[in-house]
Ligand binder design. Structure first.
Ligand code: NAD
Ligand code: UDP
Length: 337
């Protein structure tokens, strides 16, 4: 069975391609490499002993997407391709709506034309919005998003819901990720952000290898256990496995929503302490002002994915720290060597 993975060269995508291959699927990847390196897929091939068919193309390029459906018998699509930097989305909203929203529409049109009607979409906990009570549950309505990135995810969720309502052949699985951390246990693939990392884990890892001097913790005056923000961090390999299990949900038509998180909240200071404990490396940090748009604390109600898909996170924060560190030490400059 062949799965098309858009954005498959990226962080979550490459880990998912690996899990798909080891589960016996054939994989075709489309990625324009704007935030990834084809080296990730070469390493996935080495680790699995299997091959990946790769197309360097933009998700908005209808002819390129049609060409993939013509050349391959695609059973289902896992759609990761998109832009994901929250701050940048506020500065460049059109880029985010073009890639994330128009790109998803082009993909769905090409799927419909090819008669492929099973889609798993990378959504985000951000769609619950600013005012949702915690923990977030799938049956809560989508809330008010605070930036174009979050809005683009909510818009695509709605578009896919409408498509599967209109045509009963369609199945759309909306996976709402919490905060993925870590890297594959081999230390061969991991997160490789371009420029200064926006996210906590790659920033800590780059401080640890000496690429950056010190971590800024954005605010320590929140109403949380130690004053720093709390998030639901999950291991990227657990997250990747969730996609393989979610393929099962595409057997049933309609829209299916799952949180992929651990159900546990960890503070920024706890992450730093865990990294230091696991690696023995001290992370110099200072307290900086709050970052605009950050919510104090959110985490998943994670039981639906377990009861319906049989998925739950197997690894904890210490595993995430160990595997991030292994990846970062092996690849201090990411895929650039
Ligand atoms: P990533 O940037 O590593 O992966 C996205 C991939 O899409 C990259 O390989 C990039 O080159 C590709 N891409 C971007 N624009 C494209 C285009 N126009 N055409 C073709 N390919 C394009 O990010 P990731 O962390 O692996 O995220 C994967 C998906 O999960 C994204 O949709 C993201 O919004 C979503 N998500 C990520 C997180 C997170 O914390 N990492 C949380 C929630 C949701
Ligand atoms: N954070 C931080 N310093 C950094 C990056 C992030 O203190 O350099 C904090 C941020 O304020 C948030 C948490 O770490 O509370 C997770 O941030 P990240 O950007 O990784 O994920 P988000 O939850 O914003 O998607």
């Amino acid at each position: 069975m062949t799965i098309l993975v858009t954005g498959g060269a990226g962080y979550i995508g490459s880990h998912t391609v690996l899990e798909l291959l080891t589960s016996g699927y054939d994989v075709v990847v489309l990625d324009n490499l704007c935030n990834a390196s084809a080296e990730s897929l070469k390493r996935v091939e080495l680790l699995t002993g299997k091959t990946v068919t790769f197309y360097k193309a933009d998700i908005r390029d209808r002819a390129a997407v049609d060409g993939i459906f013509e050349r391959h018998r695609i059973e289902a699509v896992i759609h990761f391709a998109g832009l994901k930097a929250v701050g940048e989305s506020t500065a460049k909203p059109l880029d985010y709506y073009s890639v994330n929203v128009s790109g998803s529409v082009v993909l769905a049109q090409a799927m419909a034309a090819a008669g492929v009607t099973k889609l798993i979409f990378s959504s985000s906990a951000t769609v619950y919005g600013e005012d949702a009570p915690v923990p977030y549950r799938e049956d809560m309505p989508r809330g008010k998003t605070s930036n174009p990135y979050g809005t683009s995810k909510a818009m695509v969720e709605q578009i896919l819901t409408d498509i599967s309502f209109a045509d009963e052949r369609w199945s759309a699985v909306l996976l709402r990720y919490f905060n993925p951390f870590g890297a594959h246990l081999s230390g061969q693939i991991g997160e490789d952000p371009q420029g200064v990392p926006n996210n906590l884990m790659p920033f800590i890892a780059q401080v640890a290898v000496g690429r950056r001097e010190s971590l800024s913790i954005f605010g320590d005056d929140y109403d949380t256990k130690d004053g720093t923000c709390e998030r639901d961090y999950l291991h990227v390999v657990d997250l990747a496995k969730g996609h393989v299990l979610a393929l099962k949900a595409t057997e049933q038509s309609g829209t299916h929503i799952y949180n992929l998180g651990t159900g546990k909240a960890t503070s920024v200071k706890q992450v730093v302490q865990a990294f230091e404990r696991v690696t023995g490396v001290t992370i110099p940090y200072s307290i900086a002002p709050r970052r605009a748009g950050d919510l104090p604390a959110f985490w998943a109600e994670a039981s639906k994915a377990f009861s319906e898909l049989g998925w739950r996170a197997e690894m904890g924060i210490d595993d995430m720290m160990r595997d991030t560190w292994r990846w970062q030490q092996n690849n201090p400059n990411g895929y650039r060597g």
